[in-house]
Design a protein. Structure first.
Length: 446
């Protein structure tokens, strides 16, 4: 403001003089112009100029007065306005001091009338800052003008500086602690199927995970099982067991009639013919013993060979029938018996031997096989009509003997009527001289 006092000391004109100036006095922070009776309030720069070049208050006179602008302050020592330093501001005219920028704000320039808010991702923690600091790793700030950054929550992370937000941990990761720069991978035996997880979970029973950082677990395959949670692998089914399901928590015993001699099996093997298994969970099948047979697969037991048959070896599928000349009246036998003298078995699979008919004979066997048929007696050994009671089932044919009276008047050729030889003897005519006069032995019954 430029003014010249009038005759009464008031009023103003625009007269300006050259080479005439004077500076006002400052008393207790107030600029006073005692010559003119003018007072400049704090924050006002004042100067007085006299046209005469003297300090006397004789007109014409020029008085110049100016308040410090926003962004300036009054330097009382220098009696002039100066710009605010960087990091400070003044937002009103006539300031005698500049104010430091508040936390969350900054000012890099001098002469500022306001401070700038820190951008998201940065902050100032104290007053009077020229620049903002970026948020560190593990931190973020989504708002402007903040005095601090916030730590990333658990389940989140930030690996960069100056971030406005944190990142959620991905699937297969975890972070139980706040303010971290990275997430941890889920360990083997665990999984993480959620984003932003604070922890990973144990793989449930029946599953496993052999890798780190997995979002899901793997089901145990067939032939394997896992009864415990949080495992890195599954256990193979033991021998004698099987697993035909995926994701199984246990294996199952092989049922009766089956077996399993390997580990990690998805099914059991049926016992073959000639074998059987009456128990569960077995590694092998039992061979059918001699005298038994097994003609079925997956059998739980073997069967006795029926009468008329035999099984001399183990693991017999079909019993052998007794050969002609042998028989077997019992079940479950390992051999057949030979027919004894005076009897025969003409067909295979006989359960008993038949007595030789009257007029026929069979000698005692010399080995394991008896007679399969009876032989006819020669004519000189047998009367034309033989008594069945006397001659059936004999080892040989009786020879005619005149010394032995017949009970009945049967006639032997060449022998007086009423006599015959009933003792054992050779079946030929030449043996007549060696015949004995003793009765035949008792009849053998097979």
């Amino acid at each position: 403001m430029v003014a010249t006092p009038g005759p009464d000391g008031t009023g103003a004109t625009s007269t300006i003089c050259d080479d005439c100036s004077a500076t006002a006095n400052f008393v207790h922070g107030v600029a006073q112009l005692p010559q003119l009776g003018l007072v400049a309030m704090p924050g006002t720069q004042a100067s007085v100029s006299f046209s005469s070049g003297t300090a006397s208050p004789s007109p014409p006179m020029l008085v110049s007065m100016r308040q410090c602008r926003p962004g300036e302050y009054l330097d009382e020592a220098a009696r002039r306005c100066r710009p605010c330093l960087a990091g400070r501001f003044s937002n009103a005219s006539g300031a005698v001091a500049c104010t430091p920028c508040f936390p969350g704000f900054y000012q890099p320039n001098e002469g500022a009338s306001a401070c700038l808010g820190c951008d998201p991702g940065s902050y100032t923690a104290v007053s009077g800052q020229l620049l903002c600091s970026p948020c560190g790793a593990g931190q973020a700030q989504g708002l402007a003008g903040q005095h601090k950054c916030d730590a990333c929550l658990a389940g989140h992370y930030q690996d960069n500086t100056g971030a406005s937000e944190c990142k959620a941990c991905g699937q297969g990761q975890e972070q139980p602690v706040a303010g971290q720069a990275e997430c941890a991978q889920c360990a083997a035996g665990k999984y993480g199927n959620l984003s932003g997880a604070t922890r990973c979970f144990d793989c449930p029973v029946g599953t496993y995970q052999d890798s780190t950082g997995a979002a899901e677990c793997k089901a145990c395959g067939q032939g394997f099982a896992q009864p415990v949670a949080g495992r890195e692998d599954c256990a193979p089914c033991a021998a004698g067991k099987y697993g035909n399901l995926s994701g199984a928590t246990r294996c199952f015993d092989c049922p009766v009639g089956t077996y399993q001699d390997s580990t990690g099996a998805s099914e059991c093997k049926a016992c073959g013919q000639g074998d059987a298994q009456p128990d569960e969970g077995q590694l092998t099948c039992d061979a059918c013993a001699a005298g038994k047979y097994g003609n079925l697969s997956g059998a739980t037991d073997c069967f006795d060979c029926p009468a008329g048959t035999f099984a001399a070896r183990e693991r017999t599928v079909t019993c052998e029938p007794c050969a002609p000349g042998t028989f077997q009246r019992f079940v479950g036998r390992v051999t057949c018996d030979p027919c004894l003298g005076g009897s025969f078995a003409a067909s295979t699979g006989s359960t008993r031997c038949e007595d030789c008919a009257a007029g026929r004979y069979a000698e005692d066997p010399g080995g394991d096989v008896g007679a399969s048929s009876c032989k006819r007696c020669a004519s000189e050994h047998t009367p034309p009509r033989c008594s069945p009671m006397r001659l059936a089932g004999h080892l040989g044919c009786p020879r005619c003997n005149p010394k032995v009276p017949l009970l009945q008047p049967y006639v032997c050729p060449g022998v007086p009527r009423g006599r015959a030889n009933l003792t054992r003897g050779a079946p030929s005519a030449s043996s007549a001289s060696r015949a004995r006069s003793t009765p035949p032995p008792p009849r053998r019954i097979q």
